[in-house]
Ligand binder design. Structure first.
Ligand code: PMP
Length: 417
């Protein structure tokens, strides 16, 4: 047996042979209900036949055509299809391979377009692991530990995490916006600030949705000072939250959005979307990479968008999300060990706490591991990894949600006994 690098640390001992729909099958033939979806990636389920067919067909025609040399049909088709679903005004797209690269592309674009050096991110946000993206990530200290100095020009403002503050949503929001104004007065003036980078819902930071007032406050400050609002939709896009884009829960207009994960059912592709006018301010040659907009990934993304539309997956995410959230809340109602259950659509987190209300990573981890033993794969998240999160594929059925909740009920009863 080959020795794996300690960097390849797994949350479960499962070695996968193949995947189908909402299930993974391991090398011993055991079936696992996959409520991780590759961290919110395989939204159409594992190996959806339409995605497989599109990718197989494309592999036979053209695998790689470098876009600074030649254009190819799948990239043109994907651009066309995405333009139909993007928020109005965001009609220009640029592609890369991972979420972190998309975040860095947005960082470069907003600095170049405004000529301003600084960006503001929000406490608990996750934007990736490359050095710039890790500098912009505050969802846990581990993401930037041990390799400083990090990038300069990143300032952190509070996110309205009402439950953790022990406040109501309005108090938390007023506080966060006041602190943002304080940041402007003391650390980065609006005239030096290129952009806000925000997730519609903290993902890795613990599944904490933003709220309409907070987003409106950001938009208002962005408009007032010529700051660009970058909404990181990498985890929340493509129907995951029960609306096509996560920010549509808050009726806020982004200047740039970053996309990845659910875009191509598992093929590595990411991107940024902005207006043609804004994108034209990027400096030619400063963006890009060899593999961005790979032909097979683009073909898989076009097929994925077709499946999302034809199978009504946004609507399914909304309905199944309600079922999952209600079920998870019913489980939490039976124990003080789960202090809060939060989410949007098919992103649902249960926060484990000690009797004093402090983050309880040990019980969360025990629950995640026991559930995996019983055939339900989930992950943890949050600054203290004390939130167990469920991220089923968007094709999940009502019966599969019931199956997961049955296991979850049992697991929580066992670990909190
Ligand atoms: N932004 C958000 C909101 C994410 O959830 C993630 C990945 N979890 C990233 C950026 C980084 O994406 P990647 O891991 O593909 O670099």
């Amino acid at each position: 047996m080959a020795k794996l690098s300690p960097l390849l640390k797994q949350a479960t001992p499962v070695v996968v042979d193949h995947g189908e729909g909402a299930y993974l099958y391991d090398v011993d033939g055991r079936r696992h209900l996959d409520f991780t979806a590759g961290i919110g990636v395989t939204s159409t389920g594992h190996c959806h036949p339409r995605v497989v067919a599109a990718a197989q067909e494309q592999v036979g025609k053209l695998i790689h055509g470098q876009y600074t040399t030649v254009m190819h049909k799948p990239l043109l088709e994907l651009t066309e299809r995405l333009t139909e679903v993007l928020p109005s005004g965001l009609d220009s797209l640029f592609f890369s391979n991972s979420g972190s690269e998309a975040v860095e592309a947005a960082l470069r674009l907003t600095r170049q377009a405004t000529g301003r050096p600084n960006v503001i991110v929000f406490q608990g946000g996750f934007h990736g692991r490359t050095v710039a993206a890790a500098t912009m990530t505050t969802s846990g200290t581990r993401f930037s530990a041990g390799f400083s100095p990090l990038m300069g020009g990143v300032h952190v403002a509070p996110f309205p995490f009402a439950y953790r503050y022990g406040w109501d949503e309005k108090t938390a929001t007023d506080f966060a916006l006041r602190e943002l104004d304080y940041l402007f007065a003391t650390q980065t003036s609006p005239a030096e600030t290129a952009a806000f980078f925000i997730e519609p819902m903290l993902g890795e930071g613990g599944y904490v949705p933003a709220n309409p007032e907070f987003m409106a406050g950001l938009r208002q400050r962005a408009d007032e000072h010529g700051i660009l609002l970058v909404i990181d939709e990498i985890q929340t896009g493509f129907g995951r939250t029960g609306k096509f884009w996560g920010h549509q829960h808050f009726d806020v207009r982004p200047d740039v959005i970053t996309i990845a994960k659910g875009l191509a059912s598992g093929f590595p592709i990411s991107g940024i979307a902005a207006s043609q006018e804004l994108m034209a301010k990027a400096w030619p040659g400063s963006q890009g990479g060899t593999y961005g907009g790979n032909a097979v990934a683009c073909a898989a993304a076009v097929a994925t968008l077709g499946v999302i539309q034809d199978e009504g997956l946004v609507e399914n995410a909304a309905a199944r999300g309600r079922q999952l959230l209600e079920g998870a809340r019913a489980v939490a109602d039976k124990t003080p060990a789960i202090g809060d259950v939060r989410g949007l659509g098919l992103l649902v987190g249960s926060e484990f706490v000690t009797p004093e209300g402090k983050p309880d990573n040990a019980t969360a981890s025990a629950a995640q591991k026991l559930a995996a033993e019983r055939g339900l794969l989930m992950l943890t998240c949050g600054a203290h990894m004390n939130v167990v999160r469920m991220i089923p594929p968007l094709i999940v059925t009502s019966e599969q949600i019931d199956d997961a909740l049955e296991i979850w009920t049992d697991v929580v009863a066992t670990v909190t006994k």
